[in-house]
Design a binder for this molecule. Sequence first.
Ligand code: PLP
Length: 501
Amino acid sequence: MTDHHGKAASPALPFDIAGIRLDGSGSLTRQLVEQLRLRMLQGRLPAGARMPTTRELAGALGLSRNTVVRAYEHLLDEGLIKSRVGDGSYVTPPLAQMSPAGAGPAAPSAAPLPQTPRWLGLQAFTPSRTPAGPVRAFRWGSPAMDLFPAALWSRLQSQAWRRHDTRELAYGDPAGLPALREWLADYLCSARGLACHAGQILITAGAQQGITLAAMALLGPGDEAALESPGYRSAAAALALAATKVHPVPVDAEGLRPGALEALGPRCRLLYVTPSHQFPTGVAMSLQRRMDLLAWARRQQAWILEDDYDSEYRHVGLPLAPLSSLDSAGRTLYVGSLSKLMFPGLRLGYLVAPPGWLPTLARLRAVLDRHSACMDQQVMADFIAQGHFLRHVRRMRRAARERRDALLGAWARHIEPLGLPLPAPEAGLHAYLPLPEAGLERRLTEAASAAQLEVGAMRHVGGLPEVSARAGLVLGFAALPPAATRRAVQTLAQAWRPVLG
Ligand SMILES: Cc1ncc(COP(=O)(O)O)c(C=O)c1O
């Protein structure tokens, strides 16, 4: 052990060893390598400097020569020093470019931020919301996570681990666990009326990855994409990764307006839509519009990406058939999510593609991140196979409806009298409150946030950042039990009264 703290440099050495401290915390060779490397990066051992001989350094530091020899060998392997036959070792020149002599260690913030189009584009989108702390009232996008059967899930997980073999620990199929794909195909056929088979289903890390993969696979250089406006901002961000331009297409009371699509021209190759429950306005697309969109895709040889993120939650009437189920020309891809039925942190979703596409999409998935966690997929497949999934979906749907009714009832009592009636959402997990202008949106969201409530502003939620979105608020109602929602509506009324005065 040696501690040369404060000790003067040995005159025999070409550099100052003061401050080289080796202790008993680990391998002496590793510690010496780290200290020498640091000095080189700091410029205290400048490029071109001659290193002391191993004998000199070992003597000065009180180390065995072997330790120093091993450290030098390692520095040689890293390319930090090079040796000249018969002339000792020298610090290599590239370090001079990395850190000028005497400049000291570069502070992490010193690196200039990249100015690439992608880097700048990503900054235009608000970061995905991951608010800290427990779920607060009106958080949108959150299902009733308090109802998730965690004990059952944990039992299935331990059973899966008890019977596992090395296959679950190895790399899996990039298309996803075959059993889970089979179960999802059954579910989509029977519950969603989507005629598909497991060979068309790619398991993804949520709907978000399905959107990203589809955009990357379908768009080439110069291609453009389109999405509803207002629309789902995270989808806009995913499309922008692959498209030269992303066009907003206006939405009215029947959904996306196909007339505006026609004006975009042949470069627009991909359209993202949420026909069952338009995000965020909640409109269900009319049958005529659906047919118009399919006709547009056929004419333009373009693709439609249907996001059916929360269609299980239909509060009035029967679930609507997906747009993809009307497509006889194979121009649609369908993304779904388990985030709203199970829990968002599970990160499981799926992309249903036309027959024959799966091997290529699976290759793309493998390039990006290989596949979703095998064990999570296995437990999800067991959850479905043992009948828990359908039971859970029924329970979640019932709870969402109760929670929606609690919101509407309390709203009618406490907030409607202030002049803000809330349109009743017919589907999904959030209500949409249109507002006359952006200033009011800002004042209402600020007042809500001061009262510790999470009300979504259209300027953050609704689509392409450069498009002046409609003013409005998005209010999630499913995350908390009815009583908590009723209390939160009263708090919101108090917070808003001075604004609405
Ligand atoms: C329109 C829309 N699509 C998809 C999702 C789900 O995304 P993911 O499956 O990536 O969690 C959400 C969640 O809020 C959404 O609002």
